[in-house]
Design a protein around this ligand. Sequence first.
Ligand code: HEC
Length: 293
Amino acid sequence: MIIDPEVAQIPESTAIGISIGGLLGAWLLYNAIWRSPIGKAPTLATLLSIGIVIAGGALYFTFFSGRAAYIHVGVLIGTLMTGNVWFVILPSQRELIAATREGREQDPAIGYQAKQRSVHNNYFTFPLLFIMLSGHFPSTFSHPKGWLILAVLSAGSAGIRYFMNIRFSEPRWLWPAFGTFAATAAVVVVMLGDRNILSAGAGRASPVPFTEVAEIMHRRCTPCHSETPTDATYKIAPNGVAFDTPEQIVSKADAIKERAITLKNMPLANVTGMTTEERETLRAWIDQGAKGP
Ligand code: HEC
């Protein structure tokens, strides 16, 4: 499910390597930045850390399906959060207890670092929560600019976090913080509405002949959706839906639009390698009235 041949045709071992290597590399880099002298300049270190998450996202979006890329960004953030607790925050607390027991002062640098990492985890929470739920919103991860939607939503949800953090201490920043969130939400709504324009091959005006539609359906769908499937797993037409004849295809036009164009969760895991152009051809045919031969 990580691999989408339309995004990148990579072997499974490469996908697994990118998955694990990316997580490990991100933590090592992030931790090194905050432990090095750069960590003394929090603005620079913060920008670099955001850069690591974005670079991770770019890596995943280059090689993985949109769904897998979203989940990986989530796992990357989760890895940083867990690393923070495990390697910085908990040791700091242990040191505080030990220092108190021995009747000496805790090294302030250790406590300061733990505080920094707690703040990071605080801001990571909401973007992570959204990613955990994102599997239910194919319109976000399957959007041609899915990475941008994720970035905007993350900024907006960190804005909500800020809003919650300062609501008692700095009320004058309340409205600007809320405004940030509202603005990002508006951007996402506009982008989601705009995906006809954004996807490749969209807006085809010339009439789509049915033969072209049938050819696409037979190449990408009937390996499973047929009275005689050729797929290795599906030996009978899934849910009894077959696309062998023109009548079967025409009568299911709405369902085809829903699954193959709007949600893009058919073909299943895109095993038959359907392209964006093919989806847009089907969309144009349906928008033109889904006429048979
Ligand atoms: C690898 C096999 C496979 C391929 C290829 C495939 N599908 Fe499916 N399809 C399934 C399975 C399994 C289900 C039932 C589970 C589900 O609904 O997700 C299904 C369900 C559906 C449904 C819902 C049927 C209903 O009424 O309940 C539609 C519509 C659909 N597919 C359309 C398509 C289209 C269009 C294509 C080609 C662009 C396609 N599928 C390619 C396996 C496949």
